[in-house]
Design a protein around this ligand. Structure first.
Ligand code: NAD
Length: 496
């Protein structure tokens, strides 16, 4: 990134080179140019930085310093640990616009969307600031004559986070604040596509006074992930990304005795009943399906319309789709930025081709779109299909792009059954004015994060975030109470 703080700059030198660095023991690690790969600005299609391709050596080094830093961090009085979190919270808030700018530059999402992402991550940092009370155990005096029982929550040691490209600040901030607050040390492997925000987060932790070695960042792909999964000194891993990679991380990690949580791919559907407020529902469907170019695991990418809801909703959605402004994410008034990479753009186009070949009705076609101001950017228009059916691949599989499908169901029960029979179970929503129908939906839908007239029901940062079926592996959710349980070992003491 041409204007990101770089290794020499952080070290105090004047030169600025657009090279992102691994961050080990509280400082950047110099890398040779041949050990790096390109980072693109998807809005311009230009290479704007280089990012290192780390592997087993870098992971070994990061784990070694994290292991060394662990005892002192574990034993630091909670209030002192908490002060560092308050410092980080302040620095993050002060640098929120810079963080958002880096996200937009690497990912392509609009600046207001990127800023909202930073603020959602901040919520979990604030939850972690209250760590002295979050870590309290249970105490039961007098379980027998002169005998008391209590529980302790203790950190595990070196832990790891492996995160996706699409939320380079929010998703890691759902993981590492909890791990660190609980007294663990951390090796984080972000997505190389969106490394600018990762670099800034590492710098802010050092500035906040976090002891060296507690928080380390290693960039890389398969080799770095394999090294994390196989490293004997890493006790726990939280992974967020695709089901394919998440299943590998979960199975290989668990086989080696690690605690692993994998939060993975999704295909979310919103159920629209004929009594819904259709204007509000159309706004919600279009914002949810096309916001962030559909590259959100909680986007609703299927709209299941019951009875005549589809006939009412479709023209309202078409009208809104026609008004969407697509362009560089830093431009004012833009609703949707580019796709994050050229390869992914090609993959989304293949999915649109497939949807057409499968017989879905193409209402709006995003393929011919070009951005006049930025012809080399990875832009794609929005695609709306109608008459999508459960036998189609575009119904069953995650596309992770600006492609929304309308599906028709005759009854509430049929729509509910479609959602419950889908392989993925991440988020869902119902749009209705009938409180009874909404209650039945909440009780009977087999998807854990539910919106009632809310299209993207991401729980607040101090609550847990989860998934089931092919959308999550592991027994505990991320963040909140489950996050504390995941990152601590409980001990039960019986004392005479
Ligand atoms: P991805 O699975 O390609 O990458 C995730 C991480 O794994 C990255 O750090 C990446 O560098 C690494 N990785 C990629 N390929 C690998 C391989 N072959 N071997 C080992 N490691 C590898 O996912 P992505 O494309 O970065 O992110 C999009 C996916 O993430 C979507 O499926 C989306 O639904 C999912 N996601 C899920 C949640 C959730 O909470 N459930 C949140 C955000 C994104």
């Amino acid at each position: 990134m041409t204007d990101t703080k770089t290794a020499p700059e952080v070290a105090g030198a004047a030169a600025i080179t657009p090279v992102i660095s691994h961050w080990i023991e509280g400082r950047p690690v110099e890398v040779l140019p041949e050990q790096t790969g390109p980072v693109y600005d998807p809005a311009s299609g230009q290479v704007i930085a280089r990012v290192p391709r780390g592997g087993a050596d870098e992971v070994d080094r990061a784990v070694a310093v994290a292991a060394e830093a662990f005892p002192a961090w574990r034993d630091m009085p909670l209030i002192a640990r908490s002060h560092i979190f308050f410092n980080f919270r302040e620095l993050l808030y002060r640098n929120r616009e810079e963080m958002a700018r880096l996200i937009t530059q690497n990912h392509g999402k609009t600046f207001p969307d990127a800023l909202a992402e930073v603020m959602r991550g901040l919520e979990t940092v604030e939850f972690a600031c209250g760590l002295p009370s979050q870590l309290a155990g249970m105490n039961t005096p007098n379980v027998s004559t002169g005998v008391d029982a209590f529980t302790l929550r203790q950190p595990l040691g070196v832990t790891a986070a492996i995160t996706p490209f699409n939320f380079p600040a929010m998703v890691p901030m759902w993981i590492y604040p909890i791990a660190l607050a609980a007294g663990n040390t951390m090796v984080w492997k972000p997505s190389s596509h969106t490394c600018g925000a990762a670099q800034l987060q590492a710098e802010l932790w050092t500035e906040a006074g976090l002891p060296d070695g507690v928080f380390n960042v290693v960039y890389g792909g398969r080799e770095a992930v394999t090294a994390i999964v196989e490293h004997p000194d890493i006790k726990a891993i939280q992974f967020v990304g695709s089901t394919k990679v998440g299943t590998y991380v979960y199975q290989e990690g668990v086989k080696r005795g690690k605690r692993v949580g994998s939060y993975t791919s999704a295909k979310n559907a919103m159920l629209v009943l004929p009594d819904a407020d259709m204007e509000q529902t159309a706004d919600a469907a279009v914002a949810s399906g096309f916001g962030s170019a559909g590259e959100r695991c909680m986007a609703q990418t299927l709209v299941i319309a019951v009875g005549d809801a589809g006939a009412k909703l479709r023209p309202l959605m078409e009208e809104r789709v026609g008004r969407l402004k697509i362009g560089p994410g830093m431009d004012e008034g833009v609703d949707m930025g580019p796709i994050y990479s050229a390869e992914h753009r090609a993959s989304v186009i293949e999915w649109i081709d497939k949807g057409e070949a499968e017989g879905a009705e193409l209402v709006a076609d995003g393929r011919p779109f070009t951005c006049e101001d930025s012809p080399d950017g990875f832009f794609l228009g929005v695609t709306l299909f109608d008459n999508v059916t459960p036998d189609m691949e575009i119904y069953r599989e995650e596309i992770f792009g600006p492609v929304l499908g309308i599906v028709h169901a005759d009854t509430f029960d049929e729509g509910l059954r479609m959602i419950n029979e889908h392989q993925y179970a991440n988020g869902t929503a119902i749009f209705t004015t009938d409180g009874g129908a909404a209650r039945r939906f909440k009780m009977e839908v087999e998807v854990p994060m539910i919106g009632v007239n809310v299209p993207i029901p991401v729980p607040a940062g101090y609550m847990s975030f989860t998934g089931s079926k092919a959308s999550a592996l592991g027994d505990l959710a991320m963040r909140g109470e489950d996050g504390i349980r995941f990152f601590t070992q409980q001990k039960m003491v019986t004392e005479r």
